[in-house]
Design a protein around this ligand. Structure first.
Ligand code: NAP
Length: 340
């Protein structure tokens, strides 16, 4: 019997995440029948490729989803709010990369290595949310430790790449670095301050409690995906790195986890790779994680200031595992287990 093929639309196909979704579908041999690329008026008529064949970009509008089985959204939150319901009404299951639907109780928030069974809840609204990039890599690494020793509290500080802000920010870092190295002033357009040779302790806007939206996403999403009893506090920082987010994570657990036990748990964990040989100066770095789908974990140490605690350093490609790969993995489970 011929393998069933699925019609897929990518809303935001011209963006950083959209481009990566195209590559992921190709690389992972996703059984695509028809592919549709959607974006704003600015991109209509532009030609991208799928498996070596040209595909014209069309306008993202309410009628764009007729005959589509799976709609991958990465066109920003307001577009997801506006167009996911139309796509779902047309019969497509939406997998949304924006933050628009993540905390909706009727929308599952899914990381396949952590809570794949939550996908079943897609029937409520026809929408599945992909978590924030920094949340995804953290829960992939922490899930085996939580299963073993029940994490009580997480303290995380992030070092996030500019590609997390999309194509314009990638250009901004490149241009600013060039200007500064040539002795010219650097103009900040995407971020509130210069990002080249700098760190910005602000990702997204500030909430009344003094935390940024990005920080509160890490708190709320981690609890929705992994365990609502975990206490989480976050500081998120933008750094002048193009691809891959890094995170310094401190956890307090219900029982002791030795470094040797943590090594073993991370070694066996789906989607993780242990990179920890400090004697040889081996640890995860964004330059090595870029272009990969795994979450890299290293610098594992016992926190000597508390009874049951660990420190970890977690690195992953934010555009791949933090966005496109995670979305395509969800689509793979969806067609295998749920869609007919
Ligand atoms: P990006 O590079 O700026 O791309 C934005 C995409 O959205 C482009 O395809 C753009 O089309 C499209 N778009 C913008 N306004 C539109 C409109 N009015 N109508 C239709 N399409 C429109 O941004 P990105 O980094 O790919 O991020 C896209 C989404 O994914 C955001 O919601 C972001 O929060 C989320 N996300 C990003 C990351 C990451 O690491 N970058 C990770 C997780 C989630 P045009 O080319 O026509 O403007």
């Amino acid at each position: 019997m011929a393998k069933k093929l699925w019609n897929v639309a990518i809303a935001g196909a011209t963006g950083a995440v959209g481009n990566q979704m195209i590559e992921c579908l190709e690389e992972r041999n996703f059984p695509v029948g028809r592919i549709k690329y959607l974006a704003s008026e600015r991109s209509v008529g532009k030609v991208l490729e799928f498996r070596g064949k040209p595909v014209q970009v069309e306008l993202l509008d309410h009628d764009a989803f007729e005959g589509i089985d799976i709609a991958l959204f990465s066109a920003g939150g307001s577009r997801s709010l506006e167009f996911c319901p139309s796509a779902a009404r047309a019969g497509a299951v939406c997998i949304d990369n924006s933050s628009a639907w993540r905390m909706d109780p009727d929308v599952p928030l899914v990381v396949p290595e952590v809570n794949p069974d939550a996908i079943a809840g897609y029937t409520r609204k026809g929408i599945i949310a992909n978590p924030n990039c920094s949340t995804i890599q953290m829960v992939v690494a922490l899930k085996p430790l939580h299963d073993y020793a029940t994490i009580k509290r997480i303290v995380v500080s992030t070092y996030q790449a500019v590609s997390g802000t999309g194509k314009k920010a990638i250009d901004e870092l490149r241009i600013q670095a060039g200007e500064l190295l040539n002795g010219r002033p650097a103009e900040a357009k995407v971020y509130p301050h210069r990002i080249a040779f700098n760190c910005l302790p602000q990702i997204d806007s500030f909430e009344p409690n003094g935390y940024t939206k990005e920080e509160m996403k890490m708190v709320n999403e981690t609890r929705k995906i992994m365990d609502s009893d975990i206490r989480v506090t976050a500081t998120t920082v933008r750094v002048p790195v193009f691809y891959s987010h890094s995170e310094s994570v401190n956890i307090e657990t219900g029982k002791k986890v030795t470094v040797a036990q943590a090594f073993e748990l991370i070694r066996k964990a789906p989607g993780c790779r242990l990179v920890d040989d400090v004697a040889s100066r081996v640890y995860p770095m964004p330059c090595d994680a870029a272009g990969q789908d795994l979450t890299f974990v290293g610098r594992i140490r016992e926190d000597e200031s508390i009874e049951n605690g660990l420190n970890l350093w977690i690195v992953a490609d934010n555009i791949r595992k933090g966005a496109a790969t995670n979305a395509v993995q969800i689509a793979e489970i969806l067609i295998k287990k749920y869609l007919k």
